[in-house]
Design a binder for this molecule. Structure first.
Ligand code: ATP
Ligand code: MG
Length: 357
């Protein structure tokens, strides 16, 4: 029997609610499959931990996580703590040392969900956005200088290494190659950002040579936002830098119907450390504790986790159960215009899993 150890880290706001739902569905999934077991360990790191200890996780936190096969993460961030502290204190403090350099964000319009794009339905919008997740605009390098009272200079330095760009480009080409359309769009802003982004363009040409069966093109990020809205059918796999892909994937999540649906995986492709799976949404304090958070993003995230662990049949079964539930408007949470609760949606997904063959 295959067995996997999973670190479950709910974090803040609705994070613990949706991670609990994800763990519940994953347990049913493993039971239903019968070929593997999942052992969950809860981690209480996040903003409450910070208020008690002055840090978001213990000093040996990353070392602790290395013992697991995967991490299921909720969200970090609280209204009374500056966002840049919580982001760097937990999420990036895990992603970067564990070298989860590929952030993968599938986008589809699930059955029963309405896209804000008129006349666009299911198969016409099926993307995977690959976001560089280890360097670039979010390198954290820079500073502020005060001179006298009136002059203040602040810099955020974007650092892009050739090795970093090559590995994410290769990951994106390989992913595009594995999908039916074998189609990749490389997004940059190489007309205005004339150093590192030009290197992105060069690396794209080089790596493309290794994948002759992949059709690819390049887009400037501003034009890309228009293309996503006006010609969604023309896109399949998309690769972009840390900042650009961050923005594009929020747009993608909105076009697919709700932030409450969108999943993401922080992948360590070399598999020398665990990967981390999380919903794209944040801690959503406006609805925390009300029992109405949409758990679908976390279920889809769990599907990605099962795929990464090599449990493809179980992953497919869970995705099918999720779509059976989204197809029913009576099981939509308020973010989708419905009245269902987190519990009802979770119960329905678990029931669909038990019935699946
Ligand atoms: P953060 O800074 O942590 O990203 P945020 O408030 O900027 O937090 P979100 O937490 O993602 O962003 O919330 C944005 C909006 O989307 C909120 O109105 C929230 O209620 C809604 N939302 C986010 N996730 C969900 C979900 N799973 N179910 C229902 N509504 C959600
Ligand atoms: Mg946010």
């Amino acid at each position: 029997m295959r067995s996997y150890r999973i670190a479950a880290m709910g974090g803040d706001g609705i994070g613990p609610e949706v991670v609990a739902a994800g763990v519940e569905a994953l347990k049913v999934c493993a039971e239903r499959d019968g070929g593997f077991t999942l052992e969950f360990t809860d981690f209480d790191w996040g903003s409450d931990y910070y208020r008690k200890h002055g840090v978001f996780m213990p000093a040996d936190g990353v070392a602790q996580l290395r013992a697991y096969d995967a991490i299921l993460f909720g969200s970090v961030g609280a209204p009374d703590i500056p966002d840049h502290l919580s982001l760097w204190g937990l999420r990036l403090a895990i992603c970067q040392p564990l070298d989860q350099y590929a952030n993968v964000r599938p986008t589809r319009i699930l059955s029963g969900i309405t896209s804000p794009l008129r006349n666009v339905s299911g198969p016409e919008l099926d993307w995977v956005i690959v976001r560089e997740n280890s360097e670039g605009e979010y390198s954290g390098v820079g500073g502020r200088a005060h001179r006298g009272l009136s002059i203040e200079v602040a810099t955020d330095v974007s650092i892009m290494t050739r090795a970093g760009v090559e590995r994410i480009m290769r990951y994106a080409f390989r992913l595009a190659q594995s999908r039916p359309r074998k189609l990749l769009t490389v997004v940059t802003k190489s007309n205005a950002q004339r150093h590192a982004m030009v290197m992105w363009d060069e690396v794209a040409v080089e790596v493309a040579g290794e994948f002759p069966d992949v059709t690819w093109d390049k887009m400037l990020v501003d034009a890309m936002t228009m293309r996503m809205v006006l010609r969604p059918q023309s896109l399949d796999t998309i690769v972009a830098s840390n900042l650009h892909a961050d923005i594009l994937s929020d747009l993608a999540a909105a076009l697919a119907g709700s932030l409450g649906i969108a999943p993401t995986a922080n992948i360590n492709p070399e598999r020398d450390a665990p990967s981390m799976f999380e919903p794209i949404h944040g801690s959503a304090f406006d609805i925390a504790g009300k029992g109405i958070a949409n758990p679908i993003a976390t279920f889809w995230t769990a599907v990605m986790m099962l795929e990464h662990l090599g449990e493809a049949p179980a992953a497919a079964r869970l995705m099918k159960a999720v779509e059976r539930v989204t197809a029913d408007p009576a099981l939509h949470t308020p973010d989708l215009g419905g009245r269902a609760t987190t519990r009802q949606v979770t119960g329905a997904v678990c029931a669909a899993l038990r019935q699946a063959n």
